[in-house]
Design a protein around this ligand. Structure first.
Ligand SMILES: Cc1cc2nc3c(=O)[nH]c(=O)nc-3n(C[C@H](O)[C@H](O)[C@H](O)COP(=O)(O)O)c2cc1C
Length: 187
C-alpha cells in the first residue's frame, strides 16, 4: 500500500478479530509515531502497549465505568451495556496508550497536543500499512484514576488516546464532505 492509498482507505475499526498482532508490527507503528512533526523537537510523547492481564484489568475498569453511568441514567440492561464495554477491550490483541508529557507553558502544551495527535495518526496509518486496524478512543477510562495508576501516568502527563489495535473483522464506510466544498483557492 502506498502512503496516499493508506490515507484514503484507513477507517476506524469497530470490530476486531482476536488473533494477535505481531510485536514487529507494533514496533513499526511506534517507530512511525516518533517520526511525527513536533515544534522545537519537544518529542512530547510516550506510549504504553497494553496486553494480557493488564488489558483485562483495563477492560474491567471500562465495565465499572459503564455500569456506573448506565445505573446513574436508570438505563435498562445496565449490566449488559457494561459487559459490552468490557468486551470491547477484553477480546482485542492490544491497546496502545498515547501519552502527552505536559509542558508548563499553555501554548507549548497546545502545540505539543497537535504533535501527539500527529504521532497517534502516524501510529494508525503504520498499522493500516500492514492491514491492521485501529480505533482512537478518548472515553472516560482515559481519565479514570485507577487506569492512570495502572499505566503509571504522572501528574504532568495526560492520555491523548487509547488506540485499539487488531485485524479488522470489517472496515466501515465513512463518507466525507468532498474537499472541494471545504476549500477556497486564492490567487
Ligand atoms: C481526538 C479524537 C478522539 C476520538 N475519540 C473517539 C471516541 O472516544 N469514541 C469513538 O467511537 N471514536 C473516537 N474517535 C474516532 C472518530 O469517531 C472517527 O475517527 C470518526 O468517526 C471518523 O471515522 P474514520 O476514522 O473511520 O474516518 C476519535 C477521534 C479523534 C481524532
Amino acid at each position: 500500500m502506498n502512503l496516499y492509498e493508506g490515507l484514503i482507505t484507513r477507517r476506524t475499526v469497530h470490530h476486531f478479530r482476536t488473533d494477535p498482532v505481531p510485536e514487529t508490527i507494533i514496533r513499526r507503528m511506534l517507530d512511525a509515531a516518533v517520526q511525527a512533526p513536533n515544534h522545537h523537537l519537544t518529542q512530547p510523547w510516550r506510549f504504553v502497549v497494553i496486553r494480557g492481564n493488564n488489558l483485562q484489568q483495563l477492560a474491567k475498569f471500562r465495565y465499572d465505568l459503564a455500569l456506573n453511568k448506565a445505573q446513574t441514567q436508570n438505563r435498562p440492561h445496565a449490566e449488559r451495556i457494561a459487559e459490552q464495554a468490557r468486551r470491547d477491550f477484553a477480546f482485542i490483541p492490544a491497546v496502545i496508550a498515547v501519552i502527552q508529557i505536559l509542558a508548563e507553558d499553555p501554548f507549548r502544551q497546545q502545540e505539543d497536543y497537535a504533535a501527539v495527535s500527529c504521532a497517534t495518526y502516524a501510529l494508525m496509518l503504520a498499522a493500516w500499512d500492514h492491514g491492521v486496524g485501529t480505533y482512537w478512543g478518548t472515553g472516560a477510562v482515559t481519565r479514570y484514576s485507577p487506569a492512570l495508576e495502572l499505566l503509571g501516568v504522572q501528574d504532568n502527563e495526560r492520555v491523548v488516546a487509547f488506540v485499539r489495535v487488531g485485524y479488522p473483522q470489517d472496515v466501515p464506510h465513512v463518507p466525507r464532505i468532498p474537499a472541494d466544498e471545504k476549500t477556497s483557492w486564492l490567487s
